[in-house]
Design a protein around this ligand. Structure first.
Ligand code: NDP
Length: 446
């Protein structure tokens, strides 16, 4: 429920941003957490900090023309939402997926502001992308698209201004083409203008693994806070992209067993535990579908329809995309004995699903907190670039684990302080909000 004092703020957001459902969903969730904060700190209401926070500092929408291998012309749309720079340069990934539109980029950018604040690092929030679909495109086509995209975007970027990274459909290959074009146009080797780079040319160790590993570190903290353990738990990880693959890797390293994962064509059930080498080969190297995984490995079933959440598991990690876990899926997880849900993707659980988790006492780790390991490690990448240094894998992973542990503790103590003990959603929203709001109040009306 949104507090009476904040209802008009929410109605204004909805009427000023029509047809942006995902953005409404994301702002609503934050506003539902802020009631106890404005009761304690009415100054935020007087200064209209929440309204300022819901309005991006700058929104850039541009045309991206490119030609495919047959010489046929395509026109895509590019976006960059520079949401909030109170704590540092705008920071957040680029998503290439046909579903990308203004409402999706804005919800992602809004979430990013709070997430980045929670890391405790000096980074603002932003997000961008395009409705371009890299699936089935040759390397040369992806390169031409990335070059056209950056030919417009470069003028808005800079290591002190706006620093993009990857997201759905944007991995090391795309980051390489984007950085190459930026370098060519600006004639500057400005490493820290983009993160998620290959470790061969300025990327950080552990950045590739960071979001998935970080989500598992967060889950481990959540279970340990209840005197439990991740070891031996049966898990589901949805998706089979960057976040999912490294969540599975860390879960296996910690002695959990992942029995199912998915892609946009269905899901696989592998009761013996996912064969990670095979999964990486099929999805990351060959860029094939999960049907190929099922063909090459015995004892696996592939389900083109139905829900991955129908499989019994104790701890689950939605790591594919927004709103992929519904209220009905949540009810099925509860019935099958699920004890914890940890979001690796951004806003993968619907509001109805989160209600079901609360009603059934299922621990819930929201994306802002649980998947912050990716952007936190991006900030570590910027730090290494600035000092022309590169850190070793274990040192960097240690830093990541400590950051996740701090975020976990901050969420719990903030939830306690604001009267909702154990509620990680409130903890994450309020702690992130307070840090950004303090900086915004200090800067005045800018
Ligand atoms: P990838 O593109 O590497 O992987 C995405 C995976 O999700 C793929 O397996 C894809 O299937 C599947 N997927 C995408 N859209 C859908 C859909 N509509 N229905 C079903 N499955 C779908 O992206 P990432 O792993 O990088 O990102 C996954 C999520 O994590 C996103 O929400 C992203 O915003 C979030 N995130 C990512 C971070 C990062 O560091 N990469 C940081 C923080 C959050 P297919 O193979 O068929 O395309």
């Amino acid at each position: 429920m949104i507090d009476e004092k904040l209802k008009s703020v929410y109605h204004d957001i909805v009427s000023r941003n029509p047809a942006q459902q995902e953005f409404h969903q994301a702002t609503r969730e934050v506003l539902e957490s802020l009631g106890p904060v404005v009761a304690k700190h009415p100054e935020y209401l007087h200064a209209k900090v929440i309204q300022m926070l819901a309005e991006p500092e700058r929104q850039i929408i541009f045309r991206v023309p490119w030609a495919d291998d047959q010489g046929q012309v395509h026109i895509n749309r590019g976006f960059r939402i520079e949401f909030n720079s109170a704590l540092g340069p705008f920071k957040g990934g680029l998503r290439f997926h046909p579903s990308v539109n203004l409402g999706i980029v804005k919800f992602l950018g809004f979430e990013q502001v709070f997430k980045n604040a929670l890391t405790g690092l000096p980074i603002g929030g932003g997000k961008g992308g395009s409705d371009f679909d890299p699936k089935g495109r040759s390397d040369a086509e992806v390169m031409r698209f990335c070059q056209s995209f950056m030919t417009e975007l470069y003028r808005h970027l800079g290591e002190y201004t706006d620093v993009p990274a990857g997201d759905i459909g944007v991995g090391t290959r795309e980051i390489g083409y984007l950085f190459g074009q930026y370098k060519r146009i600006t004639n500057r080797y400005e490493s820290a203008v983009i993160t998620g780079k290959s470790t061969e040319w300025g990327g950080s160790q552990v950045r590739t693994e960071a979001t998935g590993y970080g989500a598992v570190f967060f889950a481990k903290e959540m279970l340990e806070a209840q005197n439990g353990s991740i070891e031996g738990k049966r898990c589901i990880v949805s998706g089979s992209g960057n976040v999912a693959i490294y969540a599975i890797e860390k879960l296996h390293q910690l002695g959990a067993i992942v029995v199912a994962c998915s892609d946009s064509d269905g899901f696989i059930h592998d009761p013996a535990g996912i064969d990670l080498d095979l999964l990486k080969q099929v999805k990351s190297v060959e860029r094939q579908r999960l049907t190929t995984y099922a063909e090459r490995r015995g004892g696996v079933t592939h389900h083109p329809a139905g829900s991955v959440w129908s499989i019994p598991a104790e701890v689950v990690f939605p790591c594919a995309t927004q709103n992929e876990l519904s209220g009905r899926d949540a009810a099925s997880l509860a019935k099958n004995g699920c004890i914890a849900v940890v979001e690796g993707a951004n806003m993968p659980c619907t509001a109805a699903a989160i209600d079901v988790f609360r009603e059934n006492g299922i621990l819930f780790g929201p994306a802002k907190a649980a998947n912050a390991g990716g952007v936190a490690t991006s900030a570590l990448e910027m730090q290494q670039n600035a000092s022309r240094d590169s850190w070793e894998f274990h040192y960097t992973e240690d830093r990541l684990a400590k950051i996740m542990s701090n975020i976990h503790d901050t969420c719990l103590s903030t939830a306690d302080e604001f009267g909702r003990p154990g509620d990680y959603v409130t903890g994450a929203n309020v702690a992130g909000f307070k840090r950004v709001a303090a900086a915004m109040m200090a800067f005045g009306l800018v």
